[in-house]
Design a protein around this ligand. Structure first.
Ligand code: S3P
Length: 441
């Protein structure tokens, strides 16, 4: 038997945090740039692409379906020779999308609309995640698609042959941009107008990108409608910096004993700024400057200064807007005065790991008092100690505990950190540049 050797981070007490940095491209936008570019007519040029493993998995899936894609080069530029909505060809093997929930759920919508059969698989973490949330609406649309009996991958689409999908109206049972996007993408292959209503605002990159690629989409309040049969037209697409990656450095700058860090070119899409709202409410000294538009998305620079954070009750409306940022926000909470309370966040339990439990386990190991609820957590701020924590193969848990070392009394050893490469390949380098001390073993 071979034992897999995985990366461990050893993060030591450090700081101050100072610097002027760029974070890598937005993961959600990078995935979608490949999907839309591949299905468009003409050649799409993407810049600012995130060369993380998740987005490369999406790229490889489209390459396996006959799309010519070049890059990313050293400047993170990608060129995609679009095949049009009906130009993909049957993959010769299973499509392995690794750790990436966005790949499998959005691709499910695209593959459901193809004439040919295909099957998607993932890694150990993805293979435990719920897929019925996309299978159910797709089957209502007449798709011949299924997951395994317990609702997890593989996701198998048997293909439509000559048929079209049926248009539906779908009330999303949960606030999920992946499910919304899956249905909208399938809607491009349906026989009429497909619409979705969402119970809370979720990231709207799909809607924005449909427009950027010239595909008509209607947004009326929380209802989004798309008619089948139109086409996507290639364009030049600029990916903004990822606010989810930036959040690790926002929290680092806030919890550091001193210092000031500027994070440039951060995507400020209003459906993504929950972390900024929450950290400001916690008395974090964050200043948003140079607000501008780039590639159809608002971007800005964020100046962060060391702050005395306070525990708060998170507003329910901020939860979907900060859904990927909670692991880092929990570290801010552990360093704050008083109690931080989060509810209405049950979706955190079905991310790359159960992020409520993974973070609670690690924080308790580091001496922080936490109470876990089905849909949230209470965290009482205190002194972080040294300890060994498990990332549960979850990139955001690994990076959050690395940041926590800024305020720990001794080293934090973080196990299973390989997956940091899915979203933030240069995290360790950047962390060390701004004043943290993280060694990879
Ligand atoms: C994403 C949507 C969110 C988010 C994920 C990326 C997307 O997932 O957590 O990292 O790109 O649409 P849910 O739709 O499951 O909330």
């Amino acid at each position: 038997m071979t034992t897999e050797v995985t990366k461990t981070f050893v993060a030591s007490p450090s700081g101050p945090v100072n610097g002027d940095i760029l974070v890598p491209g937005d993961k959600s936008c990078s995935h979608r740039s490949i999907m839309f570019g591949s299905l468009a007519e003409g050649t799409t040029h993407v810049s600012g692409f995130l060369p993380g493993e998740d987005c490369l998995a999406t790229m490889n899936a489209f390459k396996a379906m006959g799309v010519n894609i070049e890059g990313p080069n050293e400047n993170n530029e990608v060129t995609i020779e679009g095949k049009g909505l009906h130009g993909l060809t049957a993959p010769k093997a299973q499509l392995n999308v690794g750790n990436s929930g966005t790949s499998i759920r959005l691709l499910a919508g695209i593959l459901a609309g193809q004439s040919f059969a295909s099957e998607m698989i993932g890694d150990n973490s993805l293979n435990k995640r719920p897929m019925r949330r996309v299978i159910d609406p797709l089957r209502l649309m007449g798709a011949n698609i299924e997951a395994s009996e317990d609702g997890t991958p593989p996701v198998t689409s048997h293909g439509l042959g000559e048929n079209l999908l049926k248009s539906i109206h779908y009330d999303l049972p949960m606030a999920s941009a992946q499910v919304k996007s899956c249905v909208l993408l399938a809607g491009m292959y349906a026989d009429g107008v497909t619409s979705v209503t969402e119970p809370g605002v979720t990231r709207d990159h799909t809607e924005r990108m449909l427009k950027a690629f010239g595909y008509p989409v209607t947004v009326e309040g929380n209802k989004i409608s798309i008619e089948g049969g139109h086409k996507l037209t290639a364009c030049d697409f600029l990916v903004p910096g990822d606010i989810s990656s930036a959040t690790f450095f926002m929290v680092a700058g806030l919890i550091a004993k001193s210092g000031e860090i500027t994070i440039r070119n951060v995507g400020m899409n209003p459906t993504r700024i929950g972390a900024i709202n929450i950290l400001k409410q916690m008395q974090g000294d964050l200043t948003v400057i140079n607000e501008r538009m780039a590639g159809g998305e608002p971007v800005a620079d964020i100046v962060v200064r060391a702050s005395n954070l306070q525990g708060i009750e998170v507003n329910a409306s901020d939860v979907p807007l900060a859904i990927d940022e909670f692991p880092a926000i929990f570290v801010a909470a552990a360093c704050a005065q008083g109690t931080f309370k989060l509810r209405d966040a049950e979706e955190l339990r079905v991310k790359e790991s159960d992020r409520i439990q993974s973070m609670a386990d690690g924080l308790v190991e580091l001496g922080i008092d936490c109470t876990v609820y089905d849909d949230g957590i209470d965290i009482i701020g205190g002194q972080l100690t040294s300890g060994v924590v498990n990332s549960h193969d979850d990139h955001r848990i690994a990076m959050s505990f690395a940041i926590a070392s800024l305020r720990s009394s001794g080293d934090i050893k973080i196990l299973d950190c390989d997956n940091v490469a899915t979203s933030f390949p240069n995290f360790v380098q950047l962390a060390n540049e701004v004043g943290l001390s993280v060694v990879v073993e």
